[in-house]
Design a protein around this ligand. Structure first.
Ligand code: ADP
Length: 205
């Protein structure tokens, strides 16, 4: 059971999520005021949310993993918009985020955030990863959005250990949801059962 003093706990085993390709709502954590963290296993490009977060690189140039999948699914308008952003601001530093429209995704916006490359964890990576989550949640609040979906930032090519990344993600999302804002639902969409299990542990399951 959820051991957070503010929370109640729901299970949604086997319940399909609004007919999407995401398999199930596996764990749902509610904070005071009915806000929720949802952990799901599936492809984030198929999720419906006000904002979808992309784990981008500092050149904002697209790439492998979730970045490539998001650009393929969203279409070329997103890269065109990023070209404009890049020409104005150059690179995007780790921990920061930029905003584009969402092209063909079922979302209003994509928040492209640059996670840290894991170098052992002693070179500021935890702060940078925490900043990715905070920045994106703040961007959502500034736009008065209700729902936002995150992948597990930095845990693929950038090599962040899943358990450490999950602990940071859950801490930052919980902390944010405890504050007043428009954001009511944060979905963390995980690729594979192992990632899902690790995030469930971080959530206190
Ligand atoms: P990074 O460079 O930040 O590590 P990656 O895209 O390599 O980004 O991986 C981040 C996480 O996203 C990994 O856990 C990976 O398994 C996961 N992932 C890859 N494709 C998708 C997708 N389509 N939907 C959700 N998660 C994905």
């Amino acid at each position: 059971m959820c051991n957070n003093a503010h929370g109640t706990h729901n299970r949604g085993w086997g319940r399909p999520t609004r007919g999407e390709a995401v398999k199930f709502i596996v764990t749902k954590w509610k904070s005071i005021g009915g806000k929720a963290i949802l952990l799901e296993e599936g492809d984030i490009t198929l999720v419906e949310a006000d904002a979808i977060v992309n784990a981008a690189n500092s050149r904002l140039s697209g790439g492998a993993g979730v970045d490539g999948a998001i650009h393929r699914a969203a279409g070329s308008s997103v890269m065109t918009e990023l070209d404009g952003i890049r020409s104005r601001m150059g690179k995007c530093a780790p921990g920061e985020a930029v905003v584009t429209k969402a092209g063909r995704l079922k979302a209003q916006y994509i928040f492209h955030t640059v996670g840290p490359v894991y170098r052992g964890g002693e070179e500021g990576e935890p702060d940078e990863l925490a900043s990715c989550y905070r920045e994106c949640l703040q961007l959502a609040a500034e736009r008065d959005l209700k729902t936002i979906a995150f992948p597990a930032i930095s845990t693929g090519v950038y090599g962040y250990p899943m358990d450490q990344a999950a602990a940071i993600a859950v801490r930052e999302i919980r902390g944010f949801l405890d504050q007043p804002s428009s954001v009511e639902e944060v979905r963390v969409v995980l690729f594979g059962e192992e990632s899902l299990r690790t995030f469930k542990q971080a959530l206190g399951e």
